[in-house]
Design a protein around this ligand. Structure first.
Ligand code: NCD
Ligand code: ZN
Length: 349
């Protein structure tokens, strides 16, 4: 809904993919996500991962305890699937309102995924149960074979894994997480209404050149890695198309500055502090500000079968400067867009 060209008011958005971490980092970053979003799908890749309803309930309690006073935020918990995932625990956790979804990490695909699934064939009974109870499967869609070029791992995953999975489980609700390629857009567009995708702000803003501007740029490194410009353009078109299959998922993934600026830097971009502003810039550039609300606040809730948020939030056309660094309980984080300015800011009520 557009009031004037200098102000837009939308339903409070949700983040359908975020890493809130644990301990001191959780305490430092939870408030950023809670101030922008009504709900968020919380990734389970802690160390050790969240694999049971009991550990998810305990993690949810730690998240609630870490929120600033007065926060209006609901964490939606996920189960980290392993080769020996327990279908009964998963289903009862879902029935009890602890688990909203389950996450498939191919083993060793990304940060803390060593416990992931080595072959989807191992979890077929679990997926069948999820299909039966209508529980969404969230997929990190990359093959992990070292003989596959890292820039091709998402496209190869579609061919080798996802197409087969959908044939075997045609009714399973699947969210193809943080898509990065034109092939993924094409796949999601041509699949049924039970297949959707999240798109991060960084994959809409940067292509793979951003990792190598005048030297190595570790803060532009995440997984799946950013691809060529043609892929970024396909993602921008999908996100701003108005299609109900695409919705907001930041994949905000904080790592301390020394873990990023290292001989073996961690994958992950910390975009939580200015996430909505980052998306708004894209939608404006694409002439699609009137579609921001669908992408940020409506499509995801509809896909998950949850009500949309009642609260509203306004953005105003007024530059906001993103700091070079953010203090996280004494640790230092470098946010996405560090040192730059974004054209829209969240209006104070
Ligand atoms: C995530 C992390 O650090 O937990 N990193 C990332 O680059 N996105 C893991 C993930 O979602 O792949
Ligand atoms: Zn992630």
């Amino acid at each position: 809904m557009t009031d004037t060209t200098n102000r837009i008011t939308i339903r409070r958005p949700d983040d359908w993919h975020v890493h809130l971490r644990d301990g001191a980092m959780l305490e430092a970053v939870a408030g950023f996500t809670a101030s922008q979003f009504g709900r968020a799908i919380i990734m389970p890749n802690l160390s050790p991962p969240v694999t049971s309803a009991a550990s998810a309930a305990a993690y949810r309690d730690r998240i609630m305890a870490a929120l600033p006073a007065g926060s209006d935020f609901t964490p939606l918990m996920t189960c980290y699937l392993t080769d020996d995932a327990d279908a009964d625990d998963l289903a009862s956790g879902h029935a009890d309102g602890i688990f909203t979804a389950a996450k498939l990490y191919p083993a060793n695909a990304t940060t803390n995924s060593a416990h992931g699934v080595t072959d989807v064939a191992h979890i077929m009974p679990v997926l069948e149960r999820m299909q039966h109870i209508g529980m969404p499967l969230l997929v990190h869609g990359e093959v992990t074979n070292s003989d596959i070029d890292i820039f091709d791992r998402e496209a190869v995953f579609i061919e080798r894994v996802l197409k087969k999975l959908i044939r075997a489980m045609p009714g399973l609700k699947i969210v193809f997480e943080h898509i990065t390629t034109a092939q993924a857009v094409q796949f999601v567009d041509s699949a049924g209404p039970n297949v959707a995708a999240t798109i991060t702000p960084h994959h809409l803003h940067i292509n793979r050149n951003a990792m190598f501007v005048g030297g190595m740029r570790p803060h532009a490194y995440c997984l799946p890695v950013a691809k060529r410009e043609q892929h970024r353009l396909a993602l921008r078109k999908a996100a701003t198309s108005g299609s109900p299959k695409y919705f907001l998922g930041t994949d905000s993934a904080p790592h301390e500055i020394h873990a990023k600026e290292s001989a073996c830097g961690c994958a992950g971009i910390f975009n939580a502090p200015f996430a909505l502003e980052s998306y708004a810039a894209i939608f404006e550039e694409e002439g699609a500000l009137e579609r921001l609300e669908g992408f940020a606040s409506v499509h995801g809730a509809n896909f998950y079968g949850l009500p949309v948020n009642e609260a509203m939030v306004s953005l105003e056309r007024s530059e906001i400067a993103v700091p070079d660094t953010i203090d996280a309980n004494g640790a230092t984080l470098v946010p996405f867009h560090a040192g730059a300015a974004l054209p829209w800011r969240i209006a104070q009520a």
